[in-house]
Ligand binder design. Sequence first.
Ligand SMILES: [Zn+2]
Ligand SMILES: [Zn+2]
Ligand SMILES: [Zn+2]
Length: 377
Amino acid sequence: MERPIAGNYGHGYGTVNPVYGAAAMSAAPSAPPASMFDTVPGYEGTMAGGGGGFLPPPMPTVPMPLPEAPSQPDWQIPSISEDRARVALRTYVSSKCCYSSAPVNEGVITNMETFNTYRYRLETFTESRSSEWSNEPYTAQTVDAGVQPAPTPWQIATKPPTFFQDQKQAIKVPYTSSVKNCHTCLGMGRGPCTTCAGAGNKVCSWCNGTGHRQTDDRCMHCTGRGRENCSSCSGQGNRQCETCRGKRQLLVYINVNVKWTTEKADFVAQQSSGLKVQNLESVSGKQLFQDSQYMLYPVLGFPDVSVAQASDRLLKEHLAKYAQTSRILQQRQTIELIPITKVNYMWKGKSYVYFVYGNEFEVNTEDYPATCCCSVM
Ligand SMILES: [Zn+2]
Ligand SMILES: [Zn+2]
Ligand SMILES: [Zn+2]
């Protein structure tokens, strides 16, 4: 390995550490080799750093629950007053720094129509598991690989999850822990310093390696040698191994990573107001119906047929998507009524439109006539 460190500068600096120097260029921590891992029944294909070891759940043995008809919803259709519509627009306009309030104050509302719509939402709360080889410095932890067969991935107990709260938990699988030599430092506990590539010194930062200051004086910092001690390794050229933290050995074991996820699907019944459906994503509605079960049945007898059809379709989709790869723990379906009011108004002899929608009275308008205050001064 060539390194132009010694020779030019002399004084004993730049001597490559005979033990660690040769490995200096491969000092970055690397993934452990596959040969480091034992074969554990039930965990074949498990790799280090994730990316493998996907663990499908065993087939469910619980019988399907009986269908339950939803209770009769409350059919009060909310509507908003002209005052409320005007206040909503005023709030919206004042949130835009360059919009003039003249159209709000002077405009005359000519017509208000309601285009209320339904949103059906399905949430499926799933648990998925994957396995991964992990390691940590060996500090006399229990070593139990092969003492008895390891529990299968889905036999491992977890803390009970709270439904519809996404969480993760990593669990060390019992009877998979063994001790191996650290692969990064090959069991030496120390490795070459990455800052100085094992040399123990580096170019002097005061004189940039020349040994002189601008005035031709000898550099005081390196006393003319042009190099200074590496501060990262205190001039030793090597440092404690980060993988084993100097312990030379690693405890190697399998982790099962448990992940709880809420999968969501929305359906918004068609409405002809002209307001784009994406606008409704940011608002809430009046909840008409909610049902939460281990496995849901489609909504029955809902007046809007498209909502009942969406419930049937999305439940089938979720089952096909998630039942194979994860365990479904709970499902929840909700129907909301989202109020949409289309307001037509006249200003300076022309007619314009805006929408007020959601419990939050959000406003959307694409033709507001005074979007730059300068133009109406
Ligand atoms: Zn210097
Ligand atoms: Zn160093
Ligand atoms: Zn090490």
